[in-house]
Design a protein around this ligand. Structure first.
Ligand code: SAM
Length: 292
């Protein structure tokens, strides 16, 4: 075999994430499982010897079997164990089912609503990542709505105790989920004492995403900030979760649940420690808008 075809073959055997220009992570593809452009985004699913099965949307890693529990546990249990009675939870995006799987572990939750724009993500996740949703799509507490989450929060009249915005990054269909209008509409969908959490990227490399959500959440919520968790395949340092509420001390871990012992990453010490932020994040402040 000539050297050139081998190089091409090896090149074809790697998935290179395209999130950052000039730097990125590369996964050896031991088996390509699925690849298709849905009406909304390019979906790629492949096997990697270290991370197991991997889902990428529009060239960006969304989750891997190996480290998805860190992200899904931290986005879910920090707010839900900080809320005294999280009986109704709204999940925006999150069509892979990982967040829903974690929300369903809370007996206090009586109603879950998922609003996912791309039905193919749900069907592909059920087919190729069955452990991810782990049967939650059959949970009688769940209502699945296919549509734009921005329109749902604008036109729905339902109120929720917790809103979890598990979106893609702020481009493509996810861009609208980082606007002031969207955060204002989310605020209107929260009951008194409600908690909001969003996926806020990796601040070391996506610092502009912190400024974006600080600027766009601050007009609507009295308290807002971030907590972090190290998710190996959200490359570039700790992953930030944006939080917002009108409560004074919104994210004290006040509830205990026996299932916490069974979790992969989350525990009460981790909960508390995740709010300790590095200086380069603490320095990020909303930029006052020019208009009066
Ligand atoms: N955990 C991943 C991360 O941190 O990047 C995100 C997981 S999940 C796959 C992201 C989901 O958001 C996708 O299924 C995508 O289709 C959905 N999504 C993007 N924009 C949306 C919108 N405007 N309304 C509803 N769902 C949206």
């Amino acid at each position: 075999m000539h050297i050139f075809p081998l190089a091409v073959a090896l090149a074809l055997a790697f998935f290179e994430e395209t999130l950052f220009h000039g730097w990125g992570q590369k996964f050896y593809v031991s088996q390509e499982v699925f690849q298709e452009k849905t009406e909304l985004q390019e979906v790629v699913i492949f096997e990697n010897p270290l991370f197991g099965r991997v889902l990428a949307l529009d060239g960006v890693i969304q989750l891997t079997e190996a480290d998805e529990p860190i992200y899904h546990e931290m986005m879910t249990h920090v707010p839900l164990l900080s809320h005294p009675h999280p009986s109704s939870v709204l999940v925006l995006g999150g069509g892979d089912g990982g967040i829903l799987r974690e929300v369903a572990k809370h007996a206090a939750v009586k109603r879950m609503v998922l609003v996912e724009i791309d039905p193919d993500v749900i069907s592909l996740s059920k087919k190729y990542f069955p452990k991810l949703s782990d049967g939650v799509f059959d949970d009688p507490r769940l209502e699945v709505i296919i549509g734009d989450a921005a329109l749902f929060v604008k036109f729905s009249e339902e109120l929720f105790d917790v809103i979890l915005c598990d979106s893609t990054d702020p481009f493509g269909p996810g861009a609208v989920l980082f606007t002031s209008e969207f955060y204002g509409d989310c605020k209107a969908r929260l009951k008194e004492g409600g908690l909001f959490v969003n996926q806020n990227g990796v601040p070391f490399l996506q610092g502009e995403e912190m400024t974006l959500t600080l600027n766009n959440r601050s007009p609507h919520f009295a308290q807002l900030g971030f907590y972090v968790a190290p998710i190996p395949t959200y490359a570039g340092g700790g992953m930030a979760f944006g939080w917002a509420s009108d409560l004074t001390l919104p994210f004290e871990a006040i509830r205990e649940e026996p299932f916490v012992q069974t979790l992969f990453y989350y525990n009460r010490e981790i909960h508390k420690a995740s709010f300790a932020l590095p200086n380069y994040m603490l320095r990020k402040k909303p930029i006052p808008s020019e208009d009066p």
